[in-house]
Design a protein around this ligand. Sequence first.
Ligand code: HEC
Length: 134
Amino acid sequence: MTSKSALRLVGPFLIGFALLAVSGCGTEHVFERGTRNPMGPTNDGPPSFAQDVLPALSSCISCHGSGTGNWVYDGGADAYNQVLEQIDSESPAASGVLVKGSGGDSHGGGSHFSVGSADYNAILAWIEDGAGDN
Ligand code: HEC
């Protein structure tokens, strides 16, 4: 077999691999502008309460908006302070908002995001970054 015909055989595979590398593997690292970053915060800057945490907690309002389960969270003007009540800055992953939100500690409201999901990571990153009102 000449090296030319060998290339003819291997060529398509090389192209296939190149396409796979571009499209398939590593899609979790490819973000479109304006979409949520599956690895954490949505924006290019530091983790943001308004952009990352508020959207991740929207499903909590149906119950906690009326104070169900000893936590008032209505997503409104006081949302930041309401979330702070469920933050453990010493041990971010132990924060009530993450533990209960992911269905841990027998949460009466079940699971709303799994540990390691985009929402979970976004909230965790925000707490680790100092839980600012940003
Ligand atoms: C279907 C209703 C429902 C939804 C939706 C819900 N919860 Fe709950 N939650 C409860 C109930 C009931 C309790 C009380 C029992 C318990 O402690 O798990 C509770 C308790 C909690 C507590 C403990 C409050 C305290 O100080 O004792 C936290 C924190 C919490 N939920 C976070 C969340 C988060 C975060 C979300 C959204 C991601 C959420 N919940 C969505 C029903 C709900």
